[in-house]
Write a new protein. Structure first.
Length: 488
C-alpha cells in the first residue's frame, strides 16, 4: 500500500501479525462455536476461528443509480473443529438468506459478526459450503487516515480495503491469515465495466445489464480482493507470458491536479502503465519469478481515494500519484513489488506489516538506482540524516515508531517509519551480510514461502540461516528500538 507520498530534499523519493494460533478448536467431542476472531492482537474481531476458507464465489450486481450491491456469496470452507456455529465478518448489509450445504441455517448479528448456526454440527475436517444472499449500500470505512474500503464514485464504485474493508461488501473470514481463491461475477448497467482480480473469463450483455466474470485461482487475503465499477478504458494485452488488464477511467485523461506543473494526470498514467511489463521483468530478475498469471492496474478518477493498494494482480491507484513522472513510476514499482511481498507471501498478523511495506519501499530504491536517479546507499543515507525533518508531520517522531510492532492505531500501521525504516532495515541487513547473501534471502523468502502467511521471526530465521550468523542485534536495533540505530 502507498498511503502517502513525499520527496526528500536531496534524492530520495518515498511512496507512501505474532504467529497466529491455528484455526483451532474442539476435536470430535461436543460441538462448540468457532471463535469470533482469528487471534490478531491488533484487530481482535477480524477473521474467525473454527474453519479455513478455500474459495469465495461472489455472484453480485451493482447499481450506481442507488449505490446498491446485491447477490449471493458462496464460501467453500473446511471445519477445523467440531462446529456448532461459526462467524463470518459482514458490516452493514442486509442478510436475506443463509444456507449451509443447501439447507437453511439460522443466524444472528452483532456489529460486524454474522453468526451462522447450521441445522447440524459440522465435524472437524469436513468441507462445507455456506451461501449468503444479501443486499444494501456498502459503507466506506473511516479511519485515522481517511476513507478505505468501498468507495462510491460518480459512475460506480472502487474497492481498496486494507486492512479490514472486505467485510463492507461481502461476507468473509476477513484476515490475511486465511487466504482463498476468488471468483467474481459482477453485473452492472450496460455501458459500464466491472473489473476485479485475476483473469477476465468472459462478459455478456442481457436485458440492459452486462456481466463480467473474473477468476483469481491463486489464493489471496480478503483485503486484496477488489471491485471497480464504472466507465473504464479496459486495455488487455500480454507480455512475457503474463496476461494484463489495465482499467483506466477516461476522466483522468483531462484531469489536471496541478496546472502549474505541466502535463495532465492522464499522460503520466499512460506513461507509467506502459512501463509495467518492464517493471515486472526487473522485479522478477531481483526477487524471482512473478507469482501470478495475470497482472494490471485500476486507476479511477475519484477524489475520495487518497492512496494506492496492492490488490492482487490488479493494484488500485489514486490519480494523486500521477502528477510527476518519477512518482508515477515508483508507485507502480511499489504496488507491483507487493505482488511478491504482501500478496504471495502474506502477513500472519498485522503487526508485521513492515514485511509488506519495507520490502516494497526497498524495491522503489532499487528501481531509482536502476534508473540512475539515486543509489540505494544515497537514499539510505539521506533518510538516516533527514527522516526526522522530512516526516515531521505532527505525529510521533520518525525514530520512535517501531516498524516491527508499530501499534494497533491505523495511523501508526501506515506510518512513514513502517515503510522507510522498514526499508532501511533491509539495507542494514545487506550491509552486514553482503549482496550475495542478501539477494539470496529475498529470493528464498519469496520462493519458499509463496502462498503462505509469515512472521518477522521467520524472516529473521531465514536471514540467519543464509548468512550463517546471529542477526538478533541488527533486527532488534532497526525494528524494535525507539531511537535512531547507530551505524557501523
Amino acid at each position: 500500500m502507498a498511503r502517502s507520498a513525499a520527496v526528500l530534499v536531496t534524492t530520495t523519493v518515498v511512496v507512501g501479525l505474532l504467529p497466529a494460533p491455528a484455526l483451532a478448536g474442539g476435536g470430535h467431542g461436543e460441538p462448540t462455536p468457532g471463535a469470533p476472531g482469528i487471534g490478531d492482537a491488533y484487530y481482535p474481531l477480524d477473521g474467525n476461528g473454527g474453519y479455513d476458507v478455500e474459495h469465495y464465489d461472489l455472484d453480485l450486481s451493482y447499481d450506481p443509480a442507488n449505490d446498491t450491491i446485491a447477490g449471493t456469496a458462496t464460501v467453500e470452507a473446511r471445519a477445523t473443529q467440531h462446529l456448532s456455529a461459526f462467524n463470518l465478518d459482514l458490516s452493514g448489509l442486509e442478510v436475506r438468506e443463509i444456507t449451509v450445504d443447501g439447507r437453511s441455517a439460522s443466524w444472528t448479528r452483532e456489529g460486524q459478526e454474522l453468526t451462522v448456526e447450521p441445522r447440524r454440527p459440522l465435524r472437524e475436517g469436513r468441507s462445507f459450503e455456506v451461501a449468503v444472499t444479501y443486499d444494501g449500500v456498502p459503507q466506506t470505512v473511516q479511519d485515522a487516515l481517511g476513507g478505505s474500503g468501498f468507495f462510491h464514485t460518480d459512475d460506480g464504485a472502487v474497492v481498496a480495503g486494507q486492512p479490514e474493508g472486505a467485510a463492507t461488501w461481502f461476507p468473509a473470514n476477513d484476515h490475511p491469515l486465511d487466504a482463498a481463491s476468488v471468483h467474481v461475477s459482477i453485473a452492472v448497467p450496460e455501458g459500464l465495466e466491472g473489473v476485479s482480480n485475476g483473469v477476465l473469463e468472459e462478459s455478456w450483455t442481457h436485458d440492459g445489464w452486462t456481466t463480467w466474470e473474473w477468476d483469481a485461482e491463486e489464493p489471496m487475503a480478503t483485503y486484496l480482493v477488489t471491485l471497480a465499477v464504472g466507465e473504464f478504458d479496459l486495455r488487455a494485452y500480454e507480455a512475457d507470458g503474463v496476461r494484463w488488464w489495465d482499467a483506466v477511467d477516461p476522466g483522468v485523461a483531462t484531469l489536471d491536479l496541478d496546472p502549474a506543473e505541466g502535463p495532465l494526470v492522464g499522460e503520466y498514467v499512460d506513461a507509467a502503465l506502459a512501463r509495467q511489463p518492464e517493471v515486472l521483468a526487473f522485479l522478477a530478475d531481483t526477487f524471482g519469478p512473478y507469482p501470478f498469471s495475470a497482472a494490471g492496474a485500476i486507476v479511477d478518477d475519484t477524489p475520495d481515494l487518497g492512496f494506492a493498494l496492492e490488490t492482487q494482480t490488479r493494484p488500485v491507484y489514486s490519480p494523486v500519484f500521477f502528477t510527476d513522472p518519477v512518482l508515477a513510476e515508483i508507485v507502480v514499482v511499489h504496488e507491483l513489488a507487493h505482488q511478491w511481498y504482501g500478496d504471495s507471501v502474506r502477513l500472519a498478523a498485522w503487526r508485521d506489516i513492515w514485511l509488506n511495506e519495507g520490502f516494497a519501499t526497498y524495491a522503489e530504491w532499487l528501481w531509482l538506482e536502476r534508473e540512475g536517479i539515486a543509489t540505494v546507499q544515497q537514499q539510505f543515507d539521506d533518510l538516516y540524516a533527514n527522516a526526522e525533518t522530512v516526516f515531521a508531520d505532527g505525529g510521533p517522531p520518525f525514530w520512535t515508531v517501531l516498524p516491527g510492532d508499530p501499534g494497533a492505531e491505523t495511523s501508526l500501521l501506515f506510518h512513514p517509519a513502517v515503510y522507510n525504516r522498514g526499508a532501511m532495515t533491509l539495507h542494514a541487513l545487506r550491509q552486514v551480510v553482503g549482496d550475495t547473501a542478501f539477494f539470496q534471502v529475498l529470493r528464498e523468502w519469496a520462493d519458499t514461502r509463496a502462498g503462505e502467511a509469515v512472521t518477522t521471526e521467520e524472516f529473521v530465521a531465514l536471514a540467519e540461516e543464509v548468512a550463517g550468523r546471529d542477526l538478533e542485534d541488527l533486527f532488534q536495533a532497526w525494528l524494535y528500538t525507539p531511537e535512531r540505530p547507530a551505524l557501523g
